[in-house]
Design a protein around this ligand. Structure first.
Ligand code: PEP
Ligand code: MG
Length: 589
């Protein structure tokens, strides 16, 4: 029987496919299809891992000290029994043979099936054996990683999806860490659903950047959906339909075709300059997470990178941060790929829902009771590690010898930070000069994403060359709503008059001061705000490459002057969203 789950729409489009349930802790397990001739070798890898773990466990048991409690030996017996049980390794084979999953994926798929059976058990003792099963699987995965794990992984450039040939797949997880999302670029999944998360959580942002239909904050989804269920992800409405009827399926297939067509039509605007009906030039820039994304930015017709979220280079490295040369290589790659177009590199914005280690926002919330969004995040973290900060500044400065580079500082809030930032920059420049390394003069900008910075903007404008408004955080900090928390997502409102006033004020003051101003939060890529932002005087927007064409189309159809005449009424309204809709009707007639 068909039923629906509601969540938050975070990435547009429709995905139809079979559900693959993945435990949050195993999202990073490689998921790819193997070709038919690899089935046998892949089963061998599984067997080898099983034998290695059996050896490990028997050795552990044999070497137990005499005084060890008897329960320990009994526990190892349970693990050995689970390891040899046909429902684990035997059944895992079926995922490899029938579905062509790689061994690690097959194993985690089978674990999900068994974990649910354990969850449904009446007997508490048996229910608790799920943890043992997970430990055994963990050992198997580690044994595989030690063996020839990557030998069969798809070659770079091959989308693992190409091997599919069968039903498309969508991932269902309780939560996905932002850094793990990056793997989707090379994964078999055509969409995803998570139980937790907000619309502008970094997991959602990365999904949007990849243009994968997604729904987050779908609460019980990973409990309700079963492995292999057919699901439709309606990324526009935030609806997940499980086991859809043939009529519903046909309707969504139709919508999929329509949206492919409209995307194709929009892509024809790629070389058209973005100019309003009344002749105002608008700069459409791209937000990127990795140097390789620069290609998509160019492809989309972006005229530069307005936000390179450098923190993605720092994540999931087990505390081993990228050194100066490694960072320099990454920045230089992005700069060179952009072929002379400007690249704005934001210094690392670690913290809140972007931890250094693989940890989802949800885990973070539970493990760290303190409030990470108000803690040592972004520039605060950089200034607390001055050596690391200067190292990043040197790497960025060195990249400036290869193209047009700008530096952007996240979450500036206090004037004392400004002094430290420019001192660090001067020292980094001096160090490069002393070492005889080339760099050019770069513009330095501040992200305006804390209300304090927006309210004291004139002080910041005296020091920085430009500002970029991070509306995702500006909304979070103005309204006191955790952007990653689905339980308050209904109150996360970009249309709130307080948010719009801060935004309008920031744009107006920056323009008056003759300083560049851009918006790089999600509002910039949302066509629902384009006219309003143009009315506020904004002429520089930075967004995911996939959004550039739709925003350009809006810009081309907008008379910025006519809209500006209505700005006062919109900003002073109790319901700016409604007022904006009314204005759209008036302006178009
Ligand atoms: C923002 O806050 O709007 C922004 C662009 O930065 P991030 O989403 O990475 O916090
Ligand atoms: Mg931000």
């Amino acid at each position: 029987m068909s039923f629906q789950v509601f969540g938050l729409p975070v990435s547009r489009g429709v995905a139809i496919g079979r559900a693959v349930l993945v435990a949050s802790s195993r999202v990073d397990v490689a998921h790819y299809f193997i070709t038919a001739d690899r089935i046998e070798p892949e089963i061998h890898r599984l067997r080898d891992a099983r034998d290695a773990v059996a050896n490990e466990l028997t050795t552990l048991q044999r070497d137990l000290p005499a005084e060890a409690p008897a329960e320990l030996s009994a526990l190892l017996d349970v693990h050995l029994m689970l390891l040899h049980d046909d429902s684990l390794t035997g059944a895992t084979k079926h995922w490899i043979e029938d579905r062509h999953y790689n061994a690690e994926w097959a194993l985690s798929a089978q674990l999900e099936v068994l974990a649910r059976q354990f969850d449904d058990m009446e007997d508490e003792y048996l229910r608790e054996r799920k943890a043992d099963l997970e430990q055994v699987v963990e050992r198997l995965l580690r044994a595989m990683a030690r063996g020839a794990a990557s030998a069969f992984a798809p070659a770079p450039g091959v989308r693992p999806r190409d091997f599919a040939g069968e039903d498309p797949l969508v991932m269902v997880a309780n939560d996905i860490a932002p850094a793990d999302m990056l793997q989707f670029k090379r994964s078999v999944f055509t969409g995803f659903i998570t139980d937790v998360g907000g619309k502008t959580s970094h997991t959602a942002i990365v999904a949007r950047s990849m243009d994968i239909p997604a729904v987050v904050g779908a609460r019980e989804a990973s409990r309700i959906i079963r492995q292999d269920d057919w699901v439709v992800i309606d990324g526009d409405a935030g609806i997940v339909i499980i086991d859809p009827s043939p009529i519903v399926l046909e309707e969504y297939r139709f919508r999929q075709r329509q949206s492919d067509l409209s995307r194709e039509r929009l892509s024809r605007l790629r070389h058209t300059p973005a100019m309003t009906l009344d002749g105002k030039r608008v700069e459409l820039l791209a937000n990127i997470e990795m140097p390789a994304d620069a290609a998509a930015a160019l492809e989309a017709g972006a005229v530069g990178v307005g936000l390179f979220r450098s923190e993605f280079l720092f994540m999931n490295r087990g505390g081993d941060l990228p050194g100066e040369d490694e960072q320099f290589d990454a920045y230089r790659a992005a700069v060179e790929a952009m072929n002379g177009l400007p690249v704005t590199i934001r210094t690392v914005d670690i913290g809140a829902d972007k931890p250094l280690d693989r940890m989802s926002a949800n885990e973070l919330r539970h493990e760290h009771a303190l409030n990470p969004a108000l803690g040592l995040r972004a520039i605060r973290w950089s200034l607390s590690e001055p050596g690391m900060f200067r190292q990043q500044l040197r790497a960025i400065l060195r990249a400036s010898a290869f193209g047009k580079v700008k530096i952007l500082i996240p979450m500036v809030a206090h004037m004392s930070e400004v002094r430290l930032i420019f001192e660090a920059l001067a020292r980094a420049q001096q160090q490069l000069t002393d070492a005889g390394k080339a760099f050019t003069k770069v513009e330095v900008g501040a992200m305006i994403e804390v209300p304090a910075a927006a309210l004291a903007l004139s002080s910041f404008l005296r020091h920085f060359d430009f500002v970029s408004v991070g509306t995702n955080d500006l909304i979070q900090y103005t309204l006191a709503i955790d952007r990653a928390d689905e339980s308050v997502a209904h109150l996360y409102d970009p249309w709130h008059p307080a948010v719009l006033k801060l935004l309008a004020q920031t744009i107006e003051q920056s323009v008056a001061a003759g300083k560049g101003v851009s918006v790089c939060g999600e509002m910039a890529g949302d066509p629902g705000f384009t006219e309003l932002l143009l009315a506020m005087g904004l002429r520089s927007f930075s967004m995911h490459p996939s959004q550039v064409a739709a925003i350009k189309q809006r810009v081309l159809r907008t008379d910025a002057g006519k809209w500006a005449a209505h700005l006062g009424a919109i900003l002073s309204s109790d319901d700016p969203e409604r007022q904006c809709a009314a204005t759209a009707l008036q302006v178009s007639t």
